[in-house]
Design a protein around this ligand. Structure first.
Ligand SMILES: N[C@@H](CCC(=O)N[C@@H](CSC=O)C(=O)NCC(=O)O)C(=O)O
Length: 283
């Protein structure tokens, strides 16, 4: 593991690490923000909870840490932020022409189809390998939450719904709530998981809500002027699935906001405060 960036930020540190992923069989870059409370000299020093952030299509480990303005809020609440890349990377890793398949578009699934199955195991990386690596550091308390944007919002919802007890809270910005039923997801799932749509349901938040073993409340913010709202995101499908299952959902339509990081930066403070409340509670 190698630290490749180290910046003072709001009394803490914004680092970027490169580490070897056995699950993905490639090197991965990860942004990690350590709040001031992680410093042994801080009066409130102690193990800090971790918020995992999953980014969207075309993103690397850089987009969230440079655009969301999350560090100020994480410093206030004493949260570690972990922002991984969105796919395996490298010359040996399969790729495709479009921005919505291949490198930068891992969709947080474990691919079963060649050539993708050689490296694309982002579900296992996010659920198991990355937390094991991050939380081996005693500065991490073991309490974790998860959030993300668009493709990463899909990843956050699916991972929380499939792993009861693993996350104290979950939220999403502009998530792809039903990837099995929209063009981005149909293209990616067809390539990574194959033609059998039954296999897609394990990675589709709307399909998973009915059978969720834990009714962990979902917080979702969605921009009203998002260019992808009606074609790719369809939050009304998540509302309907949650209503039918009795699953708690706070879906907030934010008028005037688009799909960009300007939207995320406007509400990330509220999401971090939401996660901090859940993470402070005793398990
Ligand atoms: N028009 C873009 C499409 C890609 C895009 O909008 N990516 C979003 C996430 S979309 C769903 O996952 C994003 O976060 N982009 C990075 C950013 O910093 O804004 C294109 O062609 O690139």
């Amino acid at each position: 593991m190698e630290r490749i960036e180290h910046h003072a930020s709001f009394g803490g540190w914004q680092d970027v690490y490169r580490h070897r992923s056995e699950v993905l069989d490639c090197d991965m870059e990860v942004g990690v923000y350590f709040p001031p409370q992680a410093d042994p000299g801080h009066p409130d020093h102690g193990p800090c909870p971790v918020l995992y952030w999953l980014s969207g299509l075309t993103c690397s480990a850089q987009n969230f840490i440079t655009k969301a303005g999350a560090q100020r809020h994480a410093a206030e609440h004493g949260l570690i932020l972990v922002a991984p890349d969105t796919s395996p990377r490298g010359d040996a890793v399969a790729d495709a022409e479009g921005y919505d398949l291949g490198q930068g578009a891992g969709f947080y699934v474990n691919a079963t189809q060649a050539p993708w199955d050689a490296h694309y195991r982002m579900y296992d990386y996010i659920v198991d390998e990355l937390p094991a690596w991050v939380e081996a550091d005693p500065v991490a308390s073991g309490a974790r939450a998860i959030s993300g944007h668009s493709m990463g919002g899909h990843g956050a919802l699916v991972i929380a719904l499939r792993n009861p007890g693993r996350y104290r809270s979950v939220s999403a910005f502009s998530p792809i709530v039903a990837p099995s039923r929209v063009p981005w997801g149909e293209k990616a799932f067809g390539a990574y998981l194959g033609a059998d749509r039954d296999a897609w349901a394990a990675y589709d938040a709307v399909a998973l809500v009915a059978g969720a073993e834990e009714r962990l409340p979902l917080l979702v913010d969605q921009g009203g002027d998002d260019e992808f709202l009606s074609g790719q995101l369809k939050p009304e499908l998540l509302q309907a699935a949650c209503d039918a299952a009795g699953h708690p959902l706070t879906l907030r339509l934010q008028p005037g906001y688009d799909h960009s990081y300007y939207f995320i930066a406007s509400f990330i403070g509220e999401h971090i405060a939401h996660h901090a409340r859940a993470l402070r509670r005793k398990a």
